[in-house]
Design a protein around this ligand. Structure first.
Ligand code: FAD
Length: 293
């Protein structure tokens, strides 16, 4: 089923993101994660497309296939294009079709420092258009509550969101954010621009200091004072920081749901323990929304 259909059928959509193990590790190291996450009954699970992945050994497709065909959970396969040829992207698309995958998250991908992009797919709209012309996939795309790292002016990102929708995207997943006000601003601006597709909030429970430093460097998202206090106080107490990180993410999610947000995408970091605590803690809140159907 296309993800946009899930949004039509449900008041609230709840999903997970996982990433494939690095090529040096066996692929089956992720199987127990999927097994545990499947018990939490998400509406779909997305699988990232690693910069280290290869077109001919596409672990994203293989993992998405297990989610879809073994667990009967809808899978969303990420796909980046900036370093690929049309033939390579076509190869991945055909592989996903053969595996019965119905949804892709179409991305430009990061420009690697010192690496020249091939110049065939220049931005996300190029791959969205290509996927639209060559498949029946539901096409998701990325959105940036605090603006993309390369964008000098945040308002440009809402223009780009509209361009992505016009190119064929019918669902958006947001970059991680720690202050819900940025997500609400994005929703308001998108509505003013006439974006009709659902925008799902990306929430990441941050459970160690290294993780937060990595996220800031990759996404440029800001950290609210409230969260900085938590990190400073508990940075040397692993368990306390984990529990405080989970509590912070829960607080964000409860606020999002009670503000009427249509969907939350949990960046699980392949940690079913954390996903389980969060999912169980919000089950009555999320079910309460869906039982209104
Ligand atoms: P684009 O939409 O092309 O945007 C990139 C930049 O170009 C932005 O600054 C934008 O404003 C600008 N731009 C775009 N179109 C135009 C235009 N028409 N005119 C002028 N400027 C334009 N990366 C991975 O490698 N693997 C993953 O699995 C992955 N999953 C992700 C999932 C989510 C939900 C998100 C938010 C990001 C993910 N990323 C992933 C990171 C992503 O690849 C990077 O953020 C990348 O730099 C941008 O991808 P994009 O599709 O948003 O690019």
């Amino acid at each position: 089923m296309r993800i946009v259909k899930l949004f039509e059928e449900k008041e609230f959509v709840y999903s997970f993101e996982i990433f494939p193990p690095k090529p040096v590790y066996p692929i089956d190291s992720v199987y127990s994660t999927i097994d545990e996450l499947s018990k939490l009954k998400p509406d779909f699970i997305s699988v990232t497309y690693g910069a280290g992945g290869s077109i001919t050994n596409n672990r994203t497709a293989e993992i998405a296939s297990i989610i879809k065909n073994k667990y009967s959970i809808e899978a969303l396969a990420h796909l980046t294009c900036v370093n690929s040829t049309k033939e390579q992207i076509n190869h991945v698309i055909n592989d996903l079709k053969e595996k019965g995958i119905e949804n892709i998250l179409a991305l430009r991908g990061d420009i690697i420092e010192g690496g020249e992009p091939l110049g065939i797919f220049k931005n996300s709209q190029d791959i969205i258009r290509f996927a639209k012309a060559n498949s029946d996939f539901g096409i998701s795309a990325a959105s940036y509550p605090e603006g993309h790292m390369e964008s000098k002016d945040k308002s440009i990102d809402v223009e780009i969101l509209k361009l992505k929708e016009e190119a064929g995207a019918d669902h958006f997943v947001s970059q991680v954010f720690f202050d819900n006000k940025y997500f609400y601003e994005l929703l308001n601006k998108a509505e003013q621009k006439g974006v009709k597709s659902p925008i799902q909030a990306g929430v990441m429970p941050v459970v160690n200091k290294k993780q937060i430093e990595r996220i800031i460097s990759l996404s440029g998202c800001s950290i609210p004072e409230k969260f900085i206090k938590i990190i400073n106080k508990y940075e040397h107490d692993k368990e306390a920081l984990r529990d405080a990180g989970i509590a912070f993410a829960l607080d964000q999610i409860v606020d999002l749901i009670s503000s009427g947000v249509k969907g939350v995408h949990l960046y699980t970091m392949n940690n079913p323990y954390i996903a389980k605590i969060i999912t169980n803690s919000i089950s009555s809140i999320a079910n309460n929304v869906n039982s209104k159907n």
